[in-house]
Design a binder for this molecule. Sequence first.
Ligand code: TUI
Length: 312
Amino acid sequence: MKTVITEMLGIEYPVIQGGMAWVADHHIAAAVSNAGGLGLIGCGGADENWVRDQIHKCRELTDKPFGVNLMLMNPRAEEIAAVLAEEKVKVVTTGAGSPAKFIPMWKEAGIIVIPVVAGVALAKRMEQCGADALVAEGTESGGHIGETTTMALIPQIVDAVNIPVIGAGGIADGRGVAAAFMLGAKAVQCGTVFCASKEVNIHQNYKDMVIKAKDNDTRVTGRSTGAPVRQIRNALTKQYQDLEAAGAGLDELEKLALGSLRRAVVDGDTKSGTFMAGQIAGLVKEERTCKDIVESMINDAEALIKNFQVNL
Ligand code: TUI
C-alpha cells in the first residue's frame, strides 16, 4: 500500500511501531522494519550510550529503514539528540514535549523528523519548525497521554497543518487503520498490539497482561501531577490513584512510580510494575509475529475500504 508516508520513509506498509520506553529495543524495531513497517527504538529514560548501541545492533538485524523515538523528559535528551544526528538515523520521532531546539540539527543531518503531538497548538508549531510529518496521538494510547481522543484529534490536526499526519491511539487492526485513513491520516502508529508480538523483548507477564486485559482495564495515573500515564490496572494503579485522591504530593507519588516500568518489563512484577498499554488492549487476544500483525492490519484495511459501499 502506497501513501505519502510509505514514500517518505521508504517502507512497504504505512505502519509505524510506537517508541515505547523500555519495551521498544532493537529486537522489536528490527522485526517491524523487516516486516515492512517502520520499527522504532524507544529511548525512554536511557542514556546516549545505550541508544548508540541499540542503533548499531538494529543495523545488524535489518537493512530496512528504522527510527528512534526520543522521550523529551529524559534528562539526557540533549546528549541523545546529538547521537541521533551523529549516527544519521533515518527517522526521529519525539514524545512528551517539544523538540523545537533539536530540529535544525536533525534536518542538517538529513533526518526525517516526526514529532508526536497530542494537540493542535504543538502540531502547528512543529510544522513551522520544519517537521516532515506528525503523529497525532489520541488519549486512548498507552503511556504518557494528552486529553483528546483519536477520533477528534486526527481530523483537527489534519486540517491545521499541511504536512502528512500519522494517526495513533486505539489502533490495533484493519478497522482502526481504515478509520484513521478516513479521518485523513496517511499512516498509523501502534504500540499496544506490538507489546504482544513474538519478537518483543519483554517479560512474558507483560504480554499476558496485555492479552488478558479487557476494554475497561486501563487506568490513568498522574493526572494530578501533570504527566498522565495510561497503564493496565493492578495493585500499583489502585494505590497510586488512592494516594492521588487523598491529595498526596509529588514526592510520595514519584516514589511509588520510581523504577516501576522496569519492574514490569524486566521483572514481570504484576503487582508493583507499570504496564503501559492503550485502551485497545482488550482487542489484543494472542501473541503474533510482527509480520502477521502488520500484514493483516493493512490487508484488512484495504479490503474494508474497497468493499465499503457493498458492506453498508
Ligand atoms: O510521549 C508519549 N508517550 C510516552 S512517553 C513515556 S515515558 C514517561 N513515563 C512516565 C511519565 C512520563 C513519561 C511513556 N509514554 N507520547 C507522545 C505524547 N506527547 N503524548 C503527549 C505528549 C505531549 C504532551 C505535552 C507532547 C507535548 C506536550 O507539551 C509540550 C509543549 O511544549 O506544548
